[in-house]
Design a protein around this ligand. Structure first.
Ligand code: CP
Length: 307
């Protein structure tokens, strides 16, 4: 059983913990296929999505997941809140908790923001992305998608391409994949690879063309220009030339391999439009799985009941 009140990261989860989320998500896939895809599991619970950074997929899929479980959902966005008048993260959260919410889904630019709230609030906290630290719910939906295609993580070879240094998605996926026994490699310009990443059991490559045919899963990451303090590669054009997923590169991938991307994509930079829309791409399957996995996460952490 997942032992904690909160889901703050993948790093400390065991393979059993991860399997519990994935197995339950499979059950919710069946619920989502029904004509009326709603169960009363979280009736009477109130879930808050507290997003201090923009989001399309995570915030909407958490809202849909909570509604499918019959919870009440309240969405907070920074731009229309009293944060713009100087209110702190903690004051914002304490005021919201005073209105009796059961769970808070938080996204914030500061690493550790979710952990900080988990220490302060009685409500359960789900980390929906904290700075460059972790994005555990994205990694769980990615693992779910890989499992659907390959069934097992043993002998699975996964390559993550791009801005590894600034990517909470890469960190959470590396933790999860290594825990489940997959082989993980990263490929990027040296300036986008964090120091000592090999200590996580990851292999580093710099030349994508030499290795693209060796992997079952290729995960492209968004170049996060908003998190880079200085320019870490000469130009976006050069990045695409060396690391972009083009049609020519996709054609050299293993026959049954898949292309993943957490979104949002920079079409024409890390992935070309015809590759993002090709039959190798599972980007929209990832998004679809996001609802089921977030139903599983909410169910487990809110103490859901099968009626
Ligand atoms: N993958 C992801 O976190 O997307 P959003 O920023 O749209 O939530």
């Amino acid at each position: 059983m997942v032992p904690k009140k909160d889901l703050l990261g993948i790093e400390k989860l065991t393979s059993k913990d991860i399997s519990q989320y994935l197995d339950l998500a499979d059950e919710f896939v069946k619920v989502l296929e029904r004509p009326i895809p709603i169960v009363p599991a979280l009736r009477g619970k109130t879930i808050l999505t507290l997003f201090f950074e923009p989001s399309t997929r995570t915030q909407i899929s958490f809202s849909i997941a909570a509604k499918r479980l019959s919870a009440d959902v309240v969405n907070f966005s920074r731009a229309t809140s009293s944060v713009t008048k100087g209110e702190t993260l903690l004051d914002t959260a304490l005021n919201i908790e005073a209105m009796k919410v059961d769970g808070v889904i938080v996204r914030h630019s500061a690493c550790g923001a979710a952990t900080f709230l988990a220490q302060q609030l009685e409500a359960f906290i789900i980390n929906a992305g904290d700075g460059c630290h972790e994005h555990p719910t994205q990694a769980l939906l990615d693992l779910m998608t890989m499992k659907q295609h390959f069934n097992d993580f043993k002998n699975l070879k996964v390559l993550i391409i791009g801005d590894i240094s600034h990517s909470r998605v890469a960190r959470s996926n590396i933790f999860g994949l290594k825990t489940l026994g997959a082989e993980v490699a990263v490929c990027a310009p040296p300036t986008l690879i964090p120091l000592e990443i090999e200590k996580l059991g990851v292999t580093i490559f710099y030349n994508l063309d030499e290795i693209i045919g060796d992997f079952d899963v290729i995960m492209a990451l968004r170049i996060q220009l908003e998190r880079q303090k200085t320019s870490l590669f000469p130009s976006v054009r050069e990045y695409r030339t060396l690391y972009g997923l083009t049609k020519e590169r996709a054609a050299r991938m293993k026959p049954k391999s898949i292309i993943m991307h957490p979104g949002p994509t920079n079409r024409g930079i890390e992935i070309d439009p015809d590759v993002a829309d090709s039959n190798k791409s599972v980007i929209l399957e990832q998004v679809k799985n996001g609802v089921a996995i977030r139903m599983a996460i909410l169910f487990i952490h809110a103490g859901g009941k099968i009626e």
